[in-house]
Design a protein around this ligand. Sequence first.
Ligand code: AMP
Ligand code: MN
Ligand code: MN
Ligand code: MN
Length: 292
Amino acid sequence: MKPDFHCHTTASDGSLTPCELIDRAVSQGITHLAITDHDTTKGYEEARECAQQQGICLVPGSEISCQWRGHTIHVVGLGVDVTHPRLQSGLQYNRVLRWKRALAMEDRFRQKKGWSLLPDILPQVKEGMIGRNHFAQALMAQGHVSTQKQAFDRFLKKGKPMFVDVVWPSLAEITQWITQAGGMAIVAHPHLYKLTSNKLNQMLVEFVNAGGQGLEVVNQPRVCSEQFAMAQRAEKFGLYASMGSDFHRPEQHWRNLGWLQPLPARCRPVWEWLAARGQFESVPCAKTSTDV
Ligand code: AMP
Ligand code: MN
Ligand code: MN
Ligand code: MN
């Protein structure tokens, strides 16, 4: 089994269409994939048919933005019923927040720099999901920066002049959207939040109390100390362990679909939970649940 349970398509801020992503996943030998576009399930919905044709097991998913004590946290929901009204109204609410932020960012770029980015961005925005990555791509296209990293470092990340804060729904609330839709809530890339070890533990306590069940333990192609620390946390808090590359675009040559370390020993893999709930049978899969 070769899983990847975190990646993006043109339905959010990735560069491959859902079907192009499936093709790439197949060519990388991925057997079990979750498309987890930001604040939408459209990537999964669009990829379903291609996944069936290619015989790859596609798990429904989304990466949802929320906040905990002023920090923006990303929670991946896997195995959700994408028709669930509470989940879909929540995702829609987040996308409206994203549009408000985008308009405020456009104003700032116009006032402080005299640049207009939205006309370049709008044709790229599918399914109403607009993000900072779209601004980064437009800044590159207009020649204001040469890399995505530069766009974030100079303009887009927290503390920089064009950063507009969003008050996302709370961690507990979006965890409930996911669990009510029958899915598993998983804290994505936990090492990225600049939380102290204590704070991260406090967050996980609240997450578990709200019904959260998973932690993204592995998201790197290399061995790193963080994944062992996260594996220990998963065990301590009784969380299932997930793994995902967070693939966005082929130009990011340091990450690729399925380029992941194996889960550390003693982790309870999320696919056990998914297989037990029949998630791997809802779409035809290259391997049956007994193989995973
Ligand atoms: P958003 O959810 O629209 O605020 O944007 C978050 C997305 O921006 C992440 O999923 C990444 O794709 C990208 N991103 C965030 N921070 C950085 C950074 N420092 N450098 C490059 N890309 C980033
Ligand atoms: Mn992204
Ligand atoms: Mn993320
Ligand atoms: Mn992501």
